[in-house]
Ligand binder design. Structure first.
Ligand SMILES: Nc1ncnc2c1ncn2[C@@H]1O[C@H](COP(=O)(O)OP(=O)(O)OP(=O)(O)O)[C@@H](O)[C@H]1O
Ligand SMILES: C[C@@](O)(CCO)CC(=O)[O-]
Ligand SMILES: [Mg+2]
Length: 386
């Protein structure tokens, strides 16, 4: 039994952090993916009794005797609801992962590895298996690598379970039915909880369902943009950790509840207005430009509010200053504190200007890319080549 699952990363156009506190946020999937290949040994197959996890791009391989995992974790927990990992299980997972001696430079991976073990055993118990993970997303840079990982892992696990009804003979990538996607999303959310502490659920939701969405208090609304939206993504390459940044905003909120409530209300209005603008009819270049000008201001306002939440960074400020020289608006995307910055590229902006901005940003040591936004969500493939 084997399957491949791939889940996209995302950008947040407005509302990160505030969305954790109930404000609306707007996000879109991007065409960078995390892919998980999963092969589970059936009872009749001979196996080495190991659960193996290979993080291929990082050149790291981990394995655990399934008997050892059985002593530490409760095992399958189906049907629904997916289980939230208890503190006790977290501790057992930490010691299973510690035994693998993850190199210090990759220390942040420990939570990802624990999450894999938790999700795997919750769906498939203690069956020997091999999982191979590859990703074109930068890890811990604000493009939703944790969510894409949790969604791809959950999709691969569910695809090989009795809980979904996929066509195993179909060639190439296929999607899940709507109710199955909801299931994948619920399992992935449990994984995100382990990595983010207190996630809003926006990242796993947009990775699961794809497209562009507005997300508020756990509810998603599909957005159908009626204008072209081109974003430059600049990776400052400053590593950060979403869990710590989310916790720091919550601490600030406890210290200044009223002021922060106003900040979150302002972000809520920005996201709602942004969603209205991108969906409003734009029959000609003039309307598109007018709408882009409004988006420009909303992105600047959102960035200002993110600064007041304490999640900007000197490298982010450098990107903002650099792009402003070319009259382009930018804001951080994801958790901030480094990571990636979005810059709106107006539809009529000359290619030569885009190249100049990119060259100037890259001369600062940053990495730029232009991703397709609003594509498909999670998919699986049972065929060996696709
Ligand atoms: N391909 C992967 N393999 C294993 N673990 C991963 C992988 N991708 C992400 N992770 C886990 O997710 C962590 C990074 O998640 P984090 O939420 O901090 O950043 P992000 O998801 O990239 O950014 P954001 O949450 O701001 O969008 C990694 O340290 C690791 O534990
Ligand atoms: C910072 C945050 O708002 C987005 C991270 O991509 C966290 C979350 O919503 O879970
Ligand atoms: Mg994340």
């Amino acid at each position: 039994m084997e399957v491949r699952a791939r889940a996209p990363g995302k950008i947040i156009l407005s509302g990160e952090h505030a969305v954790v506190h109930g404000s609306a946020a707007v996000a879109a999937s991007i065409d960078l993916y995390t892919e998980v290949f999963l092969k589970i040994s059936t009872d009749s197959e001979r196996s080495d009794g190991l659960l193996k996890l290979h993080l291929k791009d990082l050149g790291l391989q981990f394995s655990w005797p399934t008997e050892k995992i059985k002593e530490a974790l409760p095992g399958p927990c189906i049907p629904l609801p997916p289980p939230t990992c208890s503190l006790e299980s977290m501790k057992s997972l930490a010691s299973l992962v510690e035994d693998q001696n993850i190199p210090e430079a990759n220390f942040g991976l420990a939570t990802g590895v624990s999450t894999f073990l938790w999700l795997y055993t919750s769906v498939h118990g203690f069956k020997p298996a091999t999982a191979v993970v590859t990703s074109s997303l930068p890890l811990g840079a604000g493009l939703g690598s944790s969510a894409a990982f949790c969604v791809a892992v959950s999709a691969s696990l569910l695809a090989l379970s009795d809980l979904v009804n996929l066509d195993q003979n179909k060639k190439g990538w296929q999607s899940f039915q709507e109710n199955e996607l909801e299931l994948v999303n619920k399992w992935a959310f449990e994984g995100e909880k382990m990595i983010h502490g207190k996630p809003s659920g926006i990242d796993n939701t947009v990775s699961t369902f794809g497209n562009m969405i507005m997300f508020k208090s756990g509810q998603l609304t599909l957005i159908k943009p009626s204008m072209p939206l081109k974003m430059l993504i600049t990776n400052t390459k400053v590593g950060r950790n979403t869990k710590a940044l989310v916790a720091s905003v919550s601490e600030r909120t406890m210290r200044h509840p009223e002021a922060m409530a106003s900040v979150f209300t302002a972000v809520d209005s920005i996201s709602k207005e942004l969603s209205t603008i991108v969906q409003s009819p734009a029959p000609d270049d003039l309307t598109v430009t007018e709408n882009e000008d409004k988006l420009h201001e909303l992105m600047e306002m959102n960035q200002g509010l993110l600064q007041s939440m304490g999640v900007s960074h000197t490298t982010i400020e450098t990107v903002l200053r650099t792009t402003l020289k070319y009259k382009l608006a930018s804001k951080l995307t994801g958790a901030g504190g480094g990571g990636c910055v979005l810059t709106l590229l107006p539809a009529l902006l000359a290619g030569t200007i885009v190249n100049k901005v990119i060259a100037e940003l890259e001369s600062c040591g940053f990495q730029c890319l232009i991703a397709e936004i609003g594509g498909k969500g999670v998919e699986v493939s049972f065929s060996s080549s696709s």
